[in-house]
Design a protein around this ligand. Structure first.
Ligand SMILES: [Zn+2]
Length: 105
């Protein structure tokens, strides 16, 4: 079959489209329990309350990201990074590899 349209990732539970393969910045992030991808954008999600978290790479303000359809916790959004070397993550999304699936590709 010919490839048409963008390659999408879905919520593993309800198949809601949440992100695009082309928006992956890095595949080497660590999620809560396993590997996670860093995306420049996410869609059809809801972003929770901001909170400060001390991560391996320093203090960050993050917000949980849930599926906009079924409400499953998928990852988090970096709202603010305090370390200059981590500023590139601001406004970006972490989605756990175990929580997203490819949509027919
Ligand atoms: Zn879902």
């Amino acid at each position: 079959m010919a490839e048409i349209g963008p390659r999408l990732y879905c919520c593993y539970k309800c198949k809601n489209h949440v992100s695009l393969h082309d928006d992956i910045i890095s595949k080497t992030f660590q999620g809560r329990d396993g590997r996670a991808f860093l995306f420049s954008h996410a869609m059809n999600i809801s972003v929770g309350r901001r909170e400060d978290r001390n991560l391996m790479t320093g203090l960050h303000t993050v917000a949980d990201v849930n599926c906009g359809d079924c409400g499953e916790l998928l990852g988090w959004k970096y709202e603010r990074a305090y370390e200059p070397s981590q500023k590139y993550k601001e406004g970006k999304f972490i989605l756990e590899k175990s929580k997203i699936v490819k949509d027919n590709w």
